[in-house]
Design a protein around this ligand. Sequence first.
Ligand code: ZN
Length: 502
Amino acid sequence: MSAVLESGPSLEIGGVAYEVVMGIECHVELKTETKMFCGCRNIFGAEPNTNVCPVCLGMPGALPVPNRVAIELLVKAGLAFGCQIPAYSKFDRKNYFYPDMPKDYQISQFDMPLTQGGLVSFWLPDGTQGSCRLTRIHLEEDTGKSSHAGSRDGRIAGSTHSLVDFNRAGVPLMECVSEPDIRSAAAAVAYLEALKRTFVALGVSDVKMEEGSLRCDVNLSLRPVGQSEYGTKTEIKNMNSFNSVRRAIESEVARQAEIIASGGRVQQETRGWDEAAGTTHTMRSKERAHDYRYFPDPDLTPIEFAPSDVTRLRESLGRLPQIYMDRLISEDKLSIVQAQQIVDTPGLAGYYDAAVALTKKPQATVNFVLGDLSRLANETGVAVAASHLGPESLAELVGLVEAKTINSKTAKDLVTRLWSEGGSPAAIVAAEGLGQVSDTGAIDALVAEVIAANEKTVADYRAGKTKVLGFLVGQVMKQSRGTANPTLAEERLRAVLDGGAS
Ligand SMILES: [Zn+2]
């Protein structure tokens, strides 16, 4: 095989540079109390077929009533990405038969969606910024859910019978359609993370892939760099985590590259991702476009948006995570991973901001927040913001370390103690004499003690085993109850040992 998949977005097939072209369609369930067109509850995990009514079961004569909250949540999501909000929009019927869709059509939006355009910006792990244009974000209703029983892997092939749960039928569903701007698996994941972060911050959705509240399909094709026409694309489905998205893309790129390298043609089709096998497989060929016979839903009136409605929703957005992340990276100089952790961990952003406002030392502060404090949060199950170590105490602690009043060892011990007991670090340091000892005379006295007590180690050092120095420094630190300035302790030890005095 002559296809070489490089780490970056370009790859070489038979001596020709190719690029990967991807667009992503995401379906996101909106976090509303009730379904899109009826009063049934919108909750995950209820007993099958308990949250249903004549409307969402598609009974003859039942009439839909649109959920205003769902429409507003979707418009907020669009505004967060700079989408245009047309003054006039409508619902259409998308006609197709599927056993988990009781009406035999899905209420969706065809040519006049609630939002158009928009741009999603994101940071890539290598420190560069990327972006992807949105075609539209529209509103539709979810279908029910089929389960196939009796087969090894839950797929319909080989199953003995199928069950259908209509609790999900009619749940408000937002479809985000991107332009084909994505060029690498890393960019695809960064794009999805940016969507997720924003939807969670806006309270639009809880975005749980494992519960199906975010589902995405990736359209992928390859083309020689510089060619303007797109290659034949395949659509990949059934990824259930961002990590599966990354793996599925890598696997599909390698598969298409191999077909091209061997002189074959990629077939247009829908392919399913098999998590266990780590490969995609044919689900259905897509040689002909579906004819969904869209037409405006006669049961639903068009949606009109006054400029004042758009302004009100825009003003309710609050601080957008992407803008906050940009600030953390550009102004606070945090790494992308650090910024992501601050933004993505609930409650951490407020804590970090409050502490940095006092310390003015973003890096020293974030090291504590994402280091010792996050570790303690994991160990104790208590959120950083809910511990006894408030941002004011942390700021005081950072100040003590920065002023070299205490060393890092003492700071670490104090963090653990303040986490459960609270209190003022400066007061504890003063009361217990934990201040760092940087007095040469005092350190020299400790050095002399340690040298006298460790004759054999000292002899080893002088015989050339210089790595025992670390042990001797440790002994000086121990003698000082952790308060000695470690750099000075090492410097004075070296002076005595290398100088030949004892
Ligand atoms: Zn219902």
